[in-house]
Design a protein around this ligand. Sequence first.
Ligand code: ZN
Length: 194
Amino acid sequence: MKYCHHCAGPISQHIPEGDDKVRFCCPGCDVVFYQNPNNIVGTLPVYEDKVLLCRRAIEPRLGKWTLPAGFMENGETTLAGAIRETREEAGANIVVSASPLYTLYNLPYINQVYLFFLAALVDLDFKPGIESLEVKLFAEHEIPWNEIAFAVVRNTLENYFSDLKTGDYPVRMFDVNYSPERKVDIALVSSSKP
Ligand code: ZN
């Protein structure tokens, strides 16, 4: 951020009075521009023993498979955002249970929080949206594990197929970090069924 959204004057970076972090500030307007984490909301749509994945038509990870998910909009709830993204990216009609929250990931190194909700496909009338090349149902043995776009998606799928065997789907929260070898490390920090 170089110029102020309001007056187009130059931005300075400093710690505002009473704060403890460096912020983007406009001395002209006396305004502080706070930057906070983004929420990415999505679903894991299920049909019989299969899950619905989308093949990405956009960078990053173009051509890789992912769950329908995207940035939450102002004025919507996390669940409404996840359902909207599922409609936009997979053209899918879904319903959710009374307690659909399934996985939550904190990604402090990229200032993101991911939330995935369990959902059931209402019908097989799905089709790729503008951000997807292809939308397809996969049983566990059909999942293209080496072609999954994001570690959080892979982890959610792994948890789902493991939970499918017990019929129990606890809500889990994970912290995601990079190890010194730049490998993704996903640590379980909370589960509704310890
Ligand atoms: Zn300004």
